[in-house]
Design a protein around this ligand. Structure first.
Ligand code: FO1
Length: 307
């Protein structure tokens, strides 16, 4: 039994979603709230797409295509093929079933429903019982300044240009978290920063006005998305080197979160140089559901020792 009655989990896409799935297995649903990055959101084919919210929702509902890392199981891409024939943009693939999510969201937003409310509706419909909160109801977009291609919106940088080297990361647009986000943080007795990219998944959330200050009042633990000098997924290792000047390591992640986290969970063998911070060493690469639950239990037990 976890002593925590209200755990708030900050998440980006796939890595965060998998540990969140572990948390969902070991905590009562009313004790778990996710605050999800929406800096990756964009308009594609005239639709409002929220990739991290959808990855979280599909993972918790068991609908995710785990091997692809995004989108739905048993997906087809016939709409995309036709879009290609029409000469439309096909560099970002919306699956045929996935389209239902984006169409429902787009219609609701157009009718004046908030992103928070439509996310709750979508989650309920697919059986997700935990509270899943977008960080923001208004657009706040992650812009990547690159050496090679200038400034790119996040998805163009990641998917269209395949993550060219990063000069700087900026967030443009709204600066305020929703009241639901503030309320969730206020009543939380534990905050977990998922093993997501700190620069483009966690920073968009914690740089919202007043959020970092509120989080710093709480017990915050982070998982390192760097394992043995390498990013578990994506371009993070290169970003750490260019943005912080440090080698890609859990120490660089700890330095990034300095003053915010009370402890870190790192891969076996990665704790040595992290002398200033309590840490828990374990296997952080998550396999299936049981492994995610195992890691979630360890994170909660570690956090309990930090209290
Ligand atoms: N990632 C890709 O690399 N290529 C795609 O075509 C793609 C489509 C896509 C559609 C819906 C969705 O929810 C996510 C999708 N992703 C795709 C993943 C996404 O670009 C990123 O992995 C996240 O934004 C980062 O967390």
């Amino acid at each position: 039994m976890s002593p925590f009655r209200s755990v708030v989990f900050l998440s980006g896409g796939v890595g965060g979603a998998r540990l969140l799935h572990g948390m969902a297995q070991v905590l009562p649903s009313e004790a778990l709230t996710a605050i999800v990055n929406t800096g990756d959101d964009f308009e594609h084919w005239g639709l409002s797409v929220s990739p991290d919210l959808d990855t979280v929702m599909y993972t918790l509902s068991g609908l995710a295509d785990e091997s692809r890392g995004w989108g739905l199981l048993d997906e087809s891409f016939r709409a995309r093929s036709l879009m290609e024939r029409y000469g439309g943009p096909s560099w970002f693939a919306l699956g045929d079933q996935d389209l239902a999510t984006h169409i429902t969201r787009t219609q609701a937003l157009r009718d004046g429903t908030s992103l928070t409310a439509v996310t709750a509706r979508l989650c309920k419909a697919v059986g997700v019982r935990q509270q899943i909160l977008p960080m923001c109801d208004q657009p706040r977009r992650t812009i990547i300044d690159t050496f090679e291609y200038g400034s790119l919106p996040f998805q163009e940088w990641l998917v269209k240009y395949r993550a060219p080297s990063v000069q700087a990361v900026r967030f443009v647009g709204a600066n305020g978290a929703t009241s639901a986000v503030h309320h969730a943080i206020e009543r939380a007795d534990l905050i977990v920063l998922g093993p997501s990219n700190p620069y483009v998944s966690i920073d968009p959330i914690i740089t919202l006005s007043g959020v970092r200050e509120r989080l710093a009042q709480k017990c915050v633990v982070a998982l390192s998305p760097i394992v043995a000098g390498r990013a578990v997924k994506g371009p993070l290792a290169d970003m750490v080197r260019t943005l912080s000047g440090l080698e890609a390591s859990p120490q660089a992640i700890a330095a990034h979160y300095r003053g915010l986290v009370r402890g870190m969970v790192v891969e076996h063998g990665d704790a040595e140089a992290l002398s200033h911070l309590p840490m828990h060493e374990t296997s952080t690469i998550m396999g299936g559901a049981a492994d995610r639950a195992r890691l979630a239990r360890e994170v909660l037990a570690f956090a309990e020792r930090l209290q």
